[in-house]
Design a protein around this ligand. Structure first.
Ligand code: BES
Ligand code: MN
Ligand code: ZN
Length: 516
């Protein structure tokens, strides 16, 4: 969405001797009795040479291991590269899962960043396997050099030509690789937005990026500026955003195919920087808070991908954009604000700001009576306490929640269903307003979900079958990716340091599943 970079990804079924790439990558798995060279297109003698020396070379097959060797006679690549794919699963398909292929391809491409072109000779005997290698490789082809000072550093690109070697000649290969490219581009766009510093990305500039990105597509974009938000009564966005000189925005993006099978609304948390506001965060908890717009970035990228893939689902994306700053115009603890639609909230902690802007977005999204509302937010530190740094929490109406978790398995992402206990909402009771914004500390992720659910519109008029039978609300799910959205530690498989773009692939898979 910000960088123009995109690698070319192609499935190549011509003879391997003709393939001219800087590096030729083979896979090594961890077998029961040591490293195993995976099936590959090298001639028997060459393959045996590599295979026999695996142990001597120190190739263990461990995931993320990368060994560079001189090229082999008869092949045009200057380097032969061995990448670890991890343990074999023992399944009849050869024992390498699709996700293991994505990770191995991504790991190789990420670590070969000084190469310009890479050919991947990993197991690719089915359309799914070719697509997995293509997707992983395109996810690994990422860097974020835009804020480096020297022209040389700024111009540094990742691997820009990716060839997936396969013997398969199937008409479904090309569209599958094209899909992989689109999905990976959406993930990279999300990472770019998350990595962009708050000096450069704030509500207005975020809205501008979205508008620019929709140019030349059929996407429709509508932006509420500060005046519009006041006129329409978006009290959550205004309450949170008013402490900053950079005023809040609400953005609606629409993908509207001619005969949609469903209408899904996606709502994203877009706090471009979260200082905590008057309930100021300590300094060490404030760094990384540029990540607090990851939900909105995810939503923007998924709507764009839905358009690029021509999905027969109407998708409306709602980006709730504000900067949470302390100042004399900032909201105070104990202020009462009115969320869009009329519910009032006593703000007891200005650092619980995400739920306030998301409440506005959920009510607005619900006004159009979509078939489902899915919100995506870096909502709570409690998410990381509950599920760690790599597993995203999914809550909400059981059926929708479980469908999203299923979609994440297909996508190769880790999402986990969590409950909203009955008592979770009770801790939000306010003596003077409808709710406070501060629930119990214990189960903080679940409590925040219970707060958001209060704003999911109830429907009495429309088709009752479509509604959540327990609450009569529009089916709704809440995705908390506070930890997994940002990788503070080292890069691994196709995941770089910084913004990860997690949940994009899950939501694309979910939307694709609606028309299958
Ligand atoms: N943006 C944070 C949540 C967060 C924390 C995301 C760490 C990623 C990493 C959110 O706005 C926040 O501050 N939540 C508070 C809520 C509390 C005051 C009820 C939290 O989790 O501590
Ligand atoms: Mn906060
Ligand atoms: Zn926040």
């Amino acid at each position: 969405m910000i960088s123009e970079f995109a690698p070319t990804v192609t499935a190549v079924s011509s003879a391997i001797q003709k393939v001219d790439a800087d590096a030729l990558v083979l896979g090594v798995a961890k077998g029961p009795e040591g490293p195993v060279l995976l099936p590959n297109p090298l001639a028997e003698k060459a393959a045996k040479g590599v295979s026999d020396s695996l142990t001597a070379l120190g190739a263990s097959g461990a995931a993320d291991q990368l060994l560079r060797l001189p090229g082999v006679d008869g092949y045009r690549s200057e380097t032969l590269v061995l990448v670890g794919v991890g343990k074999l699963t023992g399944e009849p398909d050869g024992g390498v899962s699709l996700e293991a292929l994505r990770r191995a391809a991504g790991s190789a491409v990420r670590q070969l960043s000084s190469a310009q072109s890479v050919a991947l000779a990993l197991p690719a005997a089915t359309v799914e396997q070719v697509a997995a290698v293509a997707e992983g490789a395109a996810l690994g082809a990422y860097n974020f050099p835009h804020f480096k000072g020297s022209e040389e550093a700024k111009a540094k690109t990742p691997v820009s030509e990716i060839a997936v070697l396969t013997e398969l000649r199937d008409k479904h290969t090309k569209p599958a690789v094209a899909r992989a490219s689109v999905v990976a581009a959406a993930v990279r766009a999300t990472r770019d937005l998350v990595n962009t510093p708050p000096s450069h990305l704030y509500p207005e500039s975020f809205a501008d990026v979205v508008k620019a990105n929709a140019k030349g597509t059929k996407l429709k974009v509508k932006v509420w500026d500060h005046k519009d938000l006041e006129k329409d009564g978006f009290g959550g966005l205004l309450g949170v955003g008013n402490g900053s000189s950079r005023k809040p925005r609400l953005v609606r993006i629409e993908h509207s195919p001619s005969r949609p099978v469903a209408h899904i609304a996606l709502v994203g948390k877009g706090i471009t920087f979260d200082t905590g506001g008057i309930s100021l965060k300590p300094a060490n908890a404030m760094t990384t808070m540029k990540l607090d717009m990851a939900g909105a970035a995810t939503v923007a990228a998924v709507v764009r991908a839905a358009a690029d893939l021509d999905l027969p689902v109407k998708v409306t994306g709602w980006l709730c954009l504000a900067e949470n700053m302390p100042s004399s115009t900032a909201q105070r603890p104990e202020d009462v604000i009115t969320i869009y639609g009329g519910k009032t909230v006593e703000v007891l902690n200005t650092d619980a700001e995400g739920r306030l802007v998301m409440a506005d977005g959920i009510v607005a999204a619900g006004e159009e009576s979509p078939d489902a509302i899915i919100d995506v937010a870096t909502l709570t530190g409690a998410q990381m306490i509950a599920l760690g740094l790599r597993t995203v929490g999914v809550m909400g109406q059981d059926a929708l929640r479980d469908r999203i978790v299923e979609a994440s398995k297909d996508a190769g992402e880790s999402h986990w269903a969590m409950p909203i206990p009955e008592e979770a909402i009770t801790s939000f009771e306010s003596p003077i307003a409808d709710l406070t914004n501060l629930g119990a500390r214990e189960g903080g992720m679940l409590n925040a979900a219970a707060f958001l659910r209060e704003f999911v519109p109830q429907r009495t008029d429309a088709d009752k079958d479509a509604l959540d039978p327990e609450s009569n609300r529009i089916p709704w799910a809440h995705i908390d990716l506070a930890g997994p959205a940002f990788n503070e530690k080292g890069a691994y498989n196709y995941v770089p340091k910084g913004g990860t773009g997690v949940t994009v692939r899950t939501l694309v898979s979910y939307l694709e599943g609606l028309s299958r």
